[in-house]
Design a protein around this ligand. Structure first.
Ligand SMILES: [Fe+2]
Length: 344
């Protein structure tokens, strides 16, 4: 038995038939790029307010050549994170990234956890936790992916711990155990990538150090795994799970010119790369009690102001049976998949 932490939404959503989450990651750059994405989120929220925000990590970076002295406190989050998002009036459920945890807080999440009880918007009650107060048809668990590793490859070598990884796997498995609804898992490190890390593993798109997480996701039937770390917006389909990477919330962006893409629902190996784009932005995840799920990627062109944001990709599922391999369907033409729309 693993005693998993839980945190209650401030506004009880347990009777809601619909839930909307914004998803954003790699957003703590503290510069105009973070400000621009935050402004776009605020603008969209006026007509499509989120019930909550799911953060995919790297919530704060060291700024420039700044070096921190002494023990960083939660004050840095009050100064460098909260002001960007106050106008959103939504709680941000955060996960630990590598840059925030290691570079800024020296490997100790205590200050990030403490800020949960000082901030109006920041929520990280533990290194991993479930969210309470959601509708009974959806469950969201946040894990610490920094401690993962596999066969000599490590998410973050200095933080790898076999017992800690087993704890993360057990906690998530227990959290979702017996749950029949929509299962959403959040962590920082992706399982699959079409980004720069494809080179590190012979370009096959699996981030090998996360193999144990991948096995757990497939084993217990997680429906959506939301991650960051790669500074792009991407969607890939695995055997049981849709993998969404959101890492363009303000961090530096660099295109991978050789990224793989599969848009027509054809499985070539263990995943389908449906979409990838490097553009500042975030995602909107709409869900309802009948398991209709729609994801939209919101992008802001590099030299455009925040109010020029637009939908650069969207995909929808009309039931749990359409998620993962079950979403595959023969397509006569490469762009013949009516569930996928792409512009920009
Ligand atoms: Fe990262």
């Amino acid at each position: 038995m693993v005693a998993g932490a839980q945190f209650q939404l401030a506004a009880d959503k347990s009777s809601c038939a619909h839930l909307r989450a914004y998803v954003i990651g790699d957003y703590g750059s503290g510069d105009k790029w973070q400000a621009k994405v935050a402004a776009a989120m605020t603008l969209l929220s006026r007509r499509e307010p989120p019930d909550l925000v799911l953060g995919t990590g790297d919530c704060i970076y060291l700024a420039g050549d700044e070096s921190l002295t002494g023990t960083p406190s939660a004050d840095i989050l009050s100064e460098r994170f909260d002001p960007y998002y106050q106008a959103l009036s939504a709680e941000f459920f955060q996960c630990l990234g590598n840059h925030d945890l290691i570079d800024v807080f020296g490997g100790d999440p205590a200050a990030m956890i403490a800020h949960t009880y000082q901030s109006r918007i920041w929520r990280m009650p533990s290194a991993s936790y479930g969210i309470r107060g959601l509708p009974p048809w959806v469950a969201v668990h946040v894990l610490n992916s920094n401690v993962f590793g596999f066969d000599g490859d490590f998410a973050e070598g200095e933080l790898f711990s076999e017992p800690a990884m087993e704890h993360e796997l057990d906690a998530a498995t227990e959290y979702f155990s017996g749950f029949q609804g929509l299962k959403i898992l959040v962590g920082h490190h992706p399982v699959f990538t079409s980004g720069k890390r494809t080179y590190r593993y012979q370009g096959d798109g699996e981030i090998r150090c996360m193999r144990r997480l991948r096995e757990m996701i497939d084993g217990i039937g997680v429906h959506f795994y939301l991650s960051g770390h790669e500074h792009h917006q991407s969607h890939a389909t695995g055997p049981t799970c849709e993998h969404i990477v959101q890492g363009c919330g303000g961090a530096g962006v660099k295109q991978n010119p050789r990224h793989a893409r599969r848009i027509n629902g054809t499985r070539l190996s263990d995943k389908i790369f449906r979409f990838q784009q490097v553009m500042s932005g975030f995602a909107v995840l709409d869900m309802d009690q009948h398991f209709n799920v729609r994801v939209r990627f919101i992008g802001i062109p590099a030299h455009a102001p925040a109010d020029q944001f637009r939908v650069i990709y969207e995909y929808y599922w009309s039931g749990l049976d359409e998620i993962g391999d079950r979403s595959l369907r023969p397509c006569r033409q490469p762009n013949d998949n009516p569930r996928r729309r792409h512009s920009g």
